[in-house]
Write a protein that binds this ligand. Structure first.
Ligand code: SF4
Length: 329
């Protein structure tokens, strides 16, 4: 029999036994995502606005966020040639390469840059390392927008790897002049293994002054690890193209339990929940908190539910809006 979505259970709770949900904290929006969404919202709300607001790529990797902003008037495009000359375009939280900035200038676009400041930091490191004559080894996932933007800062000097095996197999023009950077949303544990392999391969390896994997990815992964160790199944709310959400699922699975990425409560399958007395729950950095509330409401349909929050870290990071939107507000 095909699995039923949780919605199918709304009128007939299948399993009345008590169950506990352990809510991992921190979860859901990070400071970079808040800032990027706020940027688009402020532009849409500008009373002097006469033109549409274009956004290059998904502002953050979440289908619900993008759908809600599109419903309010934002126009999402894949490339700048879809934006009329002279219009306003927002660059997403994942950042862009210098080539994209140049293309926007050539088209006469007004750019509002919502790149997360922690991604901008990695871009600056890429330029600095490449200017010293280093080969810049970027640890990240091919095809991810953030990786394309970072690699674009020094395309001739950058090589992309994603594993310890790739690190050990790497050949470079000068083994004494090698630096590494990472995508901001990687697995803390796996990246440490890849960096260790790079160090074995290139003992004079140079790295960033502080970790490139951002505070939000690190904190959410550690919180998932702690909660998953006390749970029988784990749900992460987030979209399939969200790198930090995918890593959270992997962290939970490393604790030896089944873990699932769901865009929202409608994707919950009863056979995941029914056998579990304790369900771990979190949300990726780009997933709205209200989706977690909806998951809790859906889980209550399975029987009596106790919700306990497990706080691993408290976060107080805030990034001010880009100057271009502060001036308009
Ligand atoms: S996940 Fe990290 S790098 Fe990405 S937007 Fe959030 S704070 Fe910035």
């Amino acid at each position: 029999m095909d699995a039923q979505p949780a919605t199918a259970l709304l009128d007939k709770p299948a399993d009345p036994r008590p169950r506990t949900v352990l809510l991992a904290a921190p979860r859901s929006f990070c400071a970079g995502v808040e800032r990027a969404i706020d940027t688009v919202e402020r532009l849409l709300a500008d009373p002097d606005r006469v033109e549409p607001v274009y956004v290059r790529k998904q502002i953050v990797h979440n289908t619900h966020v993008v759908a809600e902003l599109a419903a309010r008037g934002a126009i999402f495009v894949d490339e700048l040639d879809e934006v009329p000359p002279g219009a306003t375009v927002v660059f997403s939280a994942h950042g862009v390469s210098p080539a994209v900035r140049a293309a926007a200038a050539a088209r006469g676009l007004t750019v509002v840059d919502a790149t997360c400041p922690l991604v901008t930091k990695v871009h600056a490191e890429a330029r600095r390392f490449a200017a010293r004559g280093d080969t810049v080894v970027l640890i990240g996932h091919a095809g991810h927008e953030e990786v394309e933007g970072t690699a674009g800062e020094a395309p001739e000097a950058t090589v992309l790897i994603d594993s310890p095996a790739a690190a050990l197999a790497l050949t470079v023009p000068d083994e004494d002049r090698v630096s590494y950077l990472t995508q901001t949303t990687l697995s803390v544990e796996e990246t440490a293994e890849t960096v260790a392999a790079l160090r074995r391969r290139f003992p004079r390896l140079h790295g960033p002054a502080s970790a490139d994997i951002c505070y939000a990815s690190t904190n959410r992964q550690r919180a998932v690890e702690e909660v998953a160790a006390r749970s029988e199944v784990f749900l992460v709310v987030g979209s399939a193209n969200s790198s930090n959400s995918q890593r959270m699922v992997e962290v939970a699975r490393r604790q030896g339990i089944p873990a699932y990425l769901i865009d929202d409560f409608t994707e919950i399958q009863p056979e995941w929940i029914v056998p579990a007395a304790t369900v771990g729950l979190s949300a990726g950095a780009s997933a709205p908190g209200r989706l977690v509330d909806e998951v809790l409401r859906a889980l209550r349909r399975f029987g009596p539910l106790t919700v306990r929050e497990h706080v691993s870290f408290t976060e107080d990071v805030f990034f001010a809006a880009p100057a271009a939107v502060r001036r308009r507000s």
